[in-house]
Ligand binder design. Structure first.
Ligand SMILES: *Cc1c(COP(=O)(O)O)cnc(C)c1O
Length: 399
């Protein structure tokens, strides 16, 4: 048995089977490339679900991380550390927000947003104790905690993990009047992805986010965009909501906030909401640790220094145009914004297609049977994208 199969066997034998990865074992990464244990090179067209916007092992972030590792990694929030303040200031500057609350995983940032919206509902809006409601969209993906999967509409994520946390109401995605109609006196907030990434890059109709934002303001309801996947340059703007200019009260960030080198997430938002937490009401042992803050600061620097937002916009138009020119009877639709693109087939052949791409040196991930997502690191070169496109075109001939 070769080394790759041995390693896959160890995962199978000793791991819980909560994932079904493509049969490739990666041992090295740099920029948009990864190498498997046999030394074969691939273009990474998933970038860890957009955690690697800055590319694998970006040298500036690695250097900042190493420097910080030589000093101090974890203090806990029982004490101050010399990295947290500057990171929060930098993050609020990038987001145009008043305050930030640092956590680790994306799901934790979303949990923080849920707590913040409820707290605001009780203390500012006057919702009766225990009755606060949050509106979410059908097809959402916000993480894997018990509360979050409880309002997922994906049976695979939700079933078997009940009872679901009460206090959530689901409305169709992309329909602003349905959302506005669902707002009641106990509604504290609305939690939405500006584009539903995990659902297969579902892009709402133009004007949707603006209409939702207006409905929220009118009804005195908080709006929180989950920008964990769409934020930090992925869609050709720093944040996806900027395509419509409708600034929310809060955003959740994660994934590329560390450039993939460490789990770093945050809830950022207005003083009116984030000012409500008091000592002891929320926290995390690792949240805001100096290593995370050094990595997060360097990750934001790279996005600005290398103009990754502009790159994403330009290369996204180019790649989408190439994909859009493909003519094939099995292709249903090509869509995307910036470098968050999807190719949807008429039949559930996406997984087989990803295997065909893998055999040709491209790593991409299928979702919902019919869709392949293409979301390369934003440092990807035009030449690498051109090669990826040609590989897609070649692989299609097998289908
Ligand atoms: C990935 C993701 C999350 C969850 O992040 P984790 O770090 O996996 O907990 C939440 N929301 C969105 C939109 C995501 O894409």
């Amino acid at each position: 048995m070769d080394r790759a199969n041995k390693l896959i066997g160890l995962e199978e034998r000793f791991g819980s089977h909560n994932y079904l990865p493509l049969p490739v074992v990666i041992s090295k990464g740099k920029g948009a490339y990864v190498w498997d244990v046999k030394g074969r090179r691939y273009v990474d067209m998933l970038s860890a679900y957009s955690a690697l916007n800055q590319g694998h092992n970006h040298p500036a972030i690695v250097a900042a991380m190493k420097r910080q590792l030589e000093r101090v990694a974890l203090t806990s929030r029982a004490f101050h550390n010399d990295r947290l303040g500057p990171f929060l200031e930098r993050l609020c500057g990038v987001c145009g927000m008043d305050r930030a609350l640092p956590m680790n995983s994306g799901a934790e940032a979303v949990e923080t947003a849920i707590k913040a919206m409820r707290l605001w509902g009780y203390t500012k809006k006057g919702v009766a104790a225990g009755r606060a409601e949050i509106i979410v969209a059908e097809g959402n993906f916000h993480g894997r905690t018990t509360t979050i999967v409880g309002f997922s509409s994906d049976p695979g994520s939700r079933e078997g993990f009940g009872p679901a946390t009460p206090g959530f109401k689901t409305v169709p995605y992309g329909d602003a009047s349905a959302l506005a109609a669902a707002i009641g006196p106990d509604t504290a907030g609305v939690l939405l992805e500006p584009i539903q990434g995990e659902a297969g890059v579902r892009i709402p109709p133009p004007g949707y986010l603006t209409a939702v934002s207006e409905a929220c303001r009118k009804a005195k309801v908080l709006l929180c965009f989950d920008e964990i996947q769409t934020g930090l340059g992925r869609t050709g703007r720093m944040f996806c909501w900027q395509h419509e200019g409708c600034k929310p009260d809060m955003m959740t960030l994660g994934k590329a906030l560390s450039g993939g080198l460490y789990p770093v997430s945050a809830l950022v938002g207005s003083d009116e909401v984030l000012g409500l937490f008091t000592p002891g009401t929320h926290g995390s042992t690792f949240g805001g640790n100096p290593l995370a803050c050094a990595v997060g600061t360097a990750a934001l620097d790279v996005i600005e220094d290398e103009r990754l937002v502009e790159r994403s916009a330009e290369l996204g138009v180019y790649f989408l145009e190439r994909l859009g020119g493909l003519r094939h009877p099995r292709i249903k639709e090509v869509r995307g914004l910036g470098l968050l693109c999807a190719l949807e087939f008429r039949e559930p052949i996406a997984k087989a297609f990803c295997k065909a791409l893998m055999a040709r040196g491209i790593l991409a991930k299928d979702t919902h049977g019919t869709t392949v997502r293409f979301a390369p690191p934003l440092v990807v070169t035009k030449l690498q994208l051109e090669q990826a496109f040609e590989t897609v075109r070649d692989a299609l001939k097998e289908f």
